[in-house]
Design a protein around this ligand. Sequence first.
Ligand code: IPM
Ligand code: MN
Length: 358
Amino acid sequence: MSKKTYKIAVIGGDGTGPEVVNEGLKVLKTVAAQQGFAYETISYDIGGERYRRTGEILPDSIFQELEKVDAIYLGAIGDPNIKPGILEKGILLRMRFEMDQYVNLRPVVLYDPRFCPLKDKTEDDIDFIVVRENTEGLYCGAGGFLKKGTKDEIAIQESINSYKGVERVIRFAFDYARRRNKRKKVTLCGKTNVLTYAFDLWERVFYKVAEEYSDIEAEYANVDAICMWMVKSPEWFDVIVTDNMFGDIITDLGAMIQGGMGIAAGGNINPNGVSMFEPIGGSAPKYTGKNVINPLAAICALSMLLDKIGEQQAAYKVEKAVKMVVKDKLQSLSAGKMGYSTSEVGDLIVEYLSKNSN
Ligand code: IPM
Ligand code: MN
């Protein structure tokens, strides 16, 4: 039987996106050669630049091609000169919603205590993952204005929570905790004391699904308390499952305690379809084109992509290389302070992989 050639769509996007994705692609080339798998990349030019040039956001013809690949690798979308919401909704949220990428998976892993802003926390303390619902909640865009532009104006934005949507993401979280096989715990992050409809549903479904996973501990905490514990006792967490909005917020907090946006990656996952992987730091306009941005978040996103397409060993090797390079070489995880340029950090990962090929 001939071996499969993975098709990977590459969207460099805006700002520093193309620079970090380039480093990821260098790493992909190395690890593919080592592991002996074949792939082809197809680059798509979408983002702020295309929008300003042509008025197109995400043409349907491209969307249809993206629906056929094995995975999407994205750098960043966002342009300070374009009104907030246009590119985000038209590209990122469109992919998440229309490709039914219902899990936004965000690991919070500290590779080196030198880069943790929390006192006395080590690698053992910061190692959890957030499973963020990615297709519902406040992100649906349900709502509207009444009497817009007057002092009687009313703005309504509703949170949509379906039984099905909640159940599938909770189930993913329990399966993930089992596969991770670490603390074997899932924490539901909600707000049952105030959002008494939405999180009533979440909590009921959570404990019902939990019955099927007697090997996994299930616990509940309010989102405000979770923020407190993420700073005070992050070692408490293993897998956190939550809705779209809370997930958005707590994962930025998570990124900071793991060392910053330079190292924070995420996957937008449809377990049965096409998933998209990205560094979560955004387009970082002020660093664009300077070869100073940290590419490790994008390289971690690549590791997640490899895991999803079925190349677990390659994924593990890339993650290990990131960890070792962070520990042994980098002075900082922040742009311009790493002690190396963007491309040099990519080269360090390639070099580590080449020297540790077994
Ligand atoms: C993220 C981002 C997006 C979100 C924005 C850019 C729409 O902040 O991926 O977390 O809110 O989901
Ligand atoms: Mn966010």
